[in-house]
Design a binder for this molecule. Structure first.
Ligand code: ADP
Length: 327
């Protein structure tokens, strides 16, 4: 029988994503509703190691659902990779009587949680907070929808000037290992080409079609590139194109960190609220070392171990759709 939890800690770790605050709010308020003591842990695993931990009340999370970033701050913590670091973290939690953890972060944070929970007797529940949507076993991750919408808004604006000048635009979006932001924002803005890390790009095809457009004096072309594509991002793609189309007007725009910030979309607030609520319910029901996912609109509890990168999941069909719709 799992022991009943009485004091839980919540932290945000790794890359921040819009909607993390909504998730923290849901965890804190659901915990308090159930009569638990809830503790905020600052700067992810770093705060666990440094005992930067404070008691949270319902009002500690007032007026944050609409804010991007994370009130608990986030960090990348080298010490947590080492057994001594994790032991220090455990001792701090133990001393405070914290007997359950909610970890909001990406697959790296989940890997840390797996190690920690294999070593110590504190159940961990993960919430997938990542703009990249690169966690297996859930249709949604907190922050993806907002990031994609930010990218779409920016690309729409760039398209206006691209169109006015008959230019080739190469726009780089985030996604070191996963091309979902590129795929979704590219399709939604009518990009002619979308380059993602999961699939090989036939550059000869792209060049042939651009040369053809050049002949017709219709050289307007939008290329959306994930930062981790095989060429190494937009600037590298530009070099290849420049070599083959020396007279073309090519512009590069790297959207960068604007994709991480900003007020979370309605969808991200909803899923964060729902996942946060279920994270606490899960701890109360004695679940441990799973993350909360949503599949076909139902909650699922997936072992943290399986939350690995979703490489190779962008199907041939998606790329066919891109090609047909942009032709
Ligand atoms: P994300 O959670 O956004 O994928 P990272 O990959 O940077 O971000 O991971 C966040 C933190 O999780 C790391 O800084 C580290 O403290 C912890 N972590 C990641 N991988 C491991 C691991 N294999 N062992 C222990 N801790 C890890």
């Amino acid at each position: 029988m799992a022991q009943k939890v009485t004091k839980i800690g919540v932290l945000t770790s790794g890359g921040d994503s819009p909607g993390m605050n909504a998730a923290i709010r849901a965890v804190v308020r659901t915990g308090i509703y159930h009569g638990l003591e809830v503790f905020g842990i600052m700067r992810g695993y770093q705060g666990m190691i440094e005992d930067d931990i404070f008691r949270m009340e319902g009002r500690s999370v007032a007026n944050i659902i609409q804010r991007g970033g994370t009130i608990l701050k986030t960090a990348r913590c080298k010490e947590f990779f080492e057994p001594e670091g994790r032991k220090k973290a455990y001792e701090n939690l133990k001393r405070r009587g914290i007997d359950g953890l909610v970890i909001i972060g990406g697959d790296g944070s989940f890997r840390g949680a797996v190690k920690f929970s294999n070593e110590f007797d504190i159940p961990c529940i993960g919430l997938a907070g990542t703009i990249d949507k690169d966690i297996n076993g859930t249709d949604f991750t907190i922050g993806f929808d907002t990031a994609v919408n930010t990218a779409v808004e920016a690309i729409d604006k760039i398209r206006d000037t691209m169109d006015a000048h008959d230019r080739i635009f190469i726009i780089e979006v985030m996604g070191r290992d996963a091309g979902y932001i590129a795929l979704h924002s590219g399709i939604a803005t009518g990009a002619e080409n979308i380059l993602v890390p999961e699939r090989k790009t036939n550059m000869d095809d792209i060049i042939t079609s651009l040369l053809e457009k050049e002949r017709r004096k219709k050289l307007v072309n939008l290329i959306v590139v994930a930062e981790g594509d095989e060429f190494g991002g937009a600037t590298e793609v530009e070099k290849v194109l420049k070599k083959n189309l020396p007279n073309a007007e090519i512009r590069v725009c790297i959207l960068g960190h604007i994709q991480r910030g900003g007020s979370p979309s309605c969808i991200d607030r909803l899923i964060a609220s729902r996942m946060g609520y279920h994270a606490v319910e899960s701890l109360m029901e004695g679940r441990h070392n799973v993350f909360v996912g949503i599949l076909n609109n139902k909650m699922h509890y997936i072992p943290l171990e399986t939350a690995v990168k979703n490489k190779g999941r962008i199907s041939e069909e998606w790329m066919k759709i891109v090609k047909i719709l942009a032709s």
